[in-house]
Design a binder for this molecule. Sequence first.
Ligand code: ATP
Ligand code: LTN
Length: 325
Amino acid sequence: MQRILSGIKHTGQLTLGNYIGALKNFPKFQDEGEPFIFIADLHALTLPIEPETLRTNCRDLAAFYLAAGLDPKKTTMFLQSHVSAHAELNAILQNYLYMGELSRMTQFKEKSLQLNENAIGLGLFAYPVLMAADILLYDANIVPVGEDQTQHVEIARDLVTRFNNRYGKILTMPKAVITKVGARVMSLSDPTKKMSKSDPKGDIYLKDDLKVIRKKIMTAVTDSEAIVKYDPENKPGISNLLAIYASLKEISVADAEKEFAGANYGTFKTKVADIVVEKIGALQERYHAALASGEVDKVLAEGALKAAKVANVTLKRVQTAVGIL
Ligand code: ATP
Ligand code: LTN
């Protein structure tokens, strides 16, 4: 049975990018293996954030996991900080990743630019070490993530090779699985930039009012060519909308392109808005129901117990391998 592992950090309001690139894909794995899906609450501290924001966003994200279709009977859902093995394995693995390779991570380079040079936390730099611990604790075979996270999975793979060469077959080699369509949803106001929780411009938030969502799509930046064609380099705005449409309709981009051959931008945008509003509207209903049911805390508490059982076995194996009594 293959193990699937992924996580999201609750640093802000979830975006349509998080949904299409990550959240929407998680439930598909429930019948193909054993998924562990967590909230990366330790990673969420790697950039300055208010405690109250963290508290609120945490239950919110868990409710979105349930709303997206994660079934606690099939998926182990938990908080990273509730399973202490994450921090313990992190402390060991930090000795097997090197400063040079960590400093080449795109996410580190981009995020540290937002900070004063004297206030770049060590946690931001060492982010991939903890992420490797997250993945390796569960002997994960498959890690479903958006494109921006593949570099972090690659470094975890390098670590496995390095570690196993030294100590024998202790760690399981993970593989990133990227959704075919919508792996990188772009900002609606600047389609050359990734839609991201921490950059409010051009984002569609999963909690946005449906009228606001429609308006954001209708006013998305496009071009003046008036041809609906997938060409990310020359037509980033239209290509982004096509990818969003195809992903939510579960069709290929080529089929979406055919559907809109000859359509004008107004008609095209209306159709994109229709499907986004339909999908996000239904998601919002299930999200509110999950919050109102009061089941979130119980699901997370039970998930932490189940996750810890698996994680502690791996931790022990690693401790023994490196020579810890
Ligand atoms: P932040 O802005 O705080 O870095 P983020 O929006 O990039 O956050 P993460 O918590 O880093 O979100 O990512 C959660 C998951 O969503 C990851 O698997 C990531 O690859 C995916 N994801 C994030 N943004 C996008 C996007 N624009 N398109 C596709 N997938 C995305
Ligand atoms: N870095 C990821 C969140 C994350 C993660 C992980 C994803 C932390 N640990 C392990 C997959 C596997 C992000 O920003 N989404």
